[in-house]
Design a protein around this ligand. Structure first.
Ligand code: SAH
Length: 317
């Protein structure tokens, strides 16, 4: 049966080392429910845990494999996995990185992370460390990581992950878009003070709980009163809003309206125009960079997420 999955992955063009890792790990050991084995090795998402209170899924194997390819997962690497679930993906990655590598997997649900620990122990997998907690904080004790591998939909890529990466480390991450509810995955590499990269594909993961899933709520407190300084009409305002969402991590939503919030000003997003209160240099810069790129959607742009620096967008891809 596992052989079958191996060939499904090979057909996707997945490299041997990664496809072979799937041969080494029994997926059924990570599922709470019994599925027929023929189904376990289909290329499908499966429920791995559900007690009516907390819920986890085992991601689609081809998607996991593609993520591994994109981050160029290889022997000896140290990986931070966010959204560890019952541990299947961590187990597969542990085979790719081998004994000289390490997977540090953080899972929010205490119950589920305990199960992951047991599952991995039963299989004698020693190069995975399971941590119970909110992935928002990463796991500084084992940093820096070569790869941050995110298997849960998150609202932002927090400062902590950026700090726990070294130059050129990669992060693969599904981001929850606040306007459309889409969950596109992005690949970035660190080039201080930016994460530089772009869109890969559409996904549907579980939406993160905790701080990785409440950005709009958390940012509410930053909306302050500033005098209205500018009204700019823009074409394709929703595309611009999505870009601001991914790039700045400074969106909030109040009374159904989106705002960019900063300590020097705020920007209100309306249908067809944006209103700048106080100062919003980052947004004005972004707008002119985006205009130069022909108002293209984020899928067709190179994104530079700034950490203690203004984010930027460039046209090449
Ligand atoms: N990698 C897993 C897939 C897990 S699904 C596998 O191979 O099976 C996503 C998981 O992310 C769920 O178990 C969920 O509990 C967890 N999660 C949700 N919010 C989180 C957060 N803030 N930090 C870490 N994990 C989180």
């Amino acid at each position: 049966m596992r052989e079958r999955l191996f060939w499904i992955l090979k057909n996707y063009g997945v490299k041997d080392r990664i496809a072979k890792a799937f041969l080494e790990v029994p997926r059924e050991s990570f599922l709470m429910k019994r599925y027929p084995l023929s189904y376990v090795y289909e290329d499908v998402v499966l429920v791995s845990y559900d007690d009516g209170e907390v819920f986890s899924t085992s991601s689609q194997p081809s998607l996991m494999a593609m993520f591994m390819e994109w981050v160029e997962l290889s022997e000896g690497m140290k990986v931070l996995e966010v959204g560890g679930g019952t541990g299947y993906n961590a187990a597969v990655m542990s085979k790719v990185v081998g004994d000289s590598g390490l997977i540090v997997s953080i899972e929010y649900s205490e119950k589920i992370c305990k199960i992951a620990e047991e599952n991995l122990k039963k299989l004698g997998i020693e190069n995975v460390i399971v941590i119970c907690g909110d992935g928002y904080y990463g796991v500084p004790d084992f940093a820096p990581y070569d790869v941050v591998f995110v298997t849960v939909g998150v609202d932002e890529i927090p400062d902590t992950w950026f700090e726990q990466m070294h130059e050129k480390s990669r992060v693969i991450v599904p981001i929850n878009l606040k306007l459309s509810g889409r969950q596109p995955a992005f690949l970035f590499s660190k080039a201080s003070p930016y994460l530089v990269g772009g869109y890969k594909l559409e996904t549907r993961f579980i939406k993160a709980g905790g701080k990785l899933g409440n950005l709009l709520e958390r940012n509410k407190k930053f909306l302050k009163e500033f005098p209205l300084s500018k009204v700019i009409s823009i074409s394709r305002p929703f595309l611009f809003l999505e870009l601001v969402d991914i790039l700045t991590r400074k969106l909030t939503k109040i009374d159904g309206r989106f705002y960019y919030v900063d300590d020097r000003g705020a920007v209100e997003f309306l249908n067809g125009e944006i209103r700048i209160y106080g100062e919003a240099t980052e947004i004005e810069n972004l707008l002119s960079q985006w205009e130069r790129c022909g108002y293209r959607g984020f899928e067709h742009l190179t994104l530079h997420i700034g950490y203690n620096a203004f984010s930027r967008v460039s046209c090449s891809i």
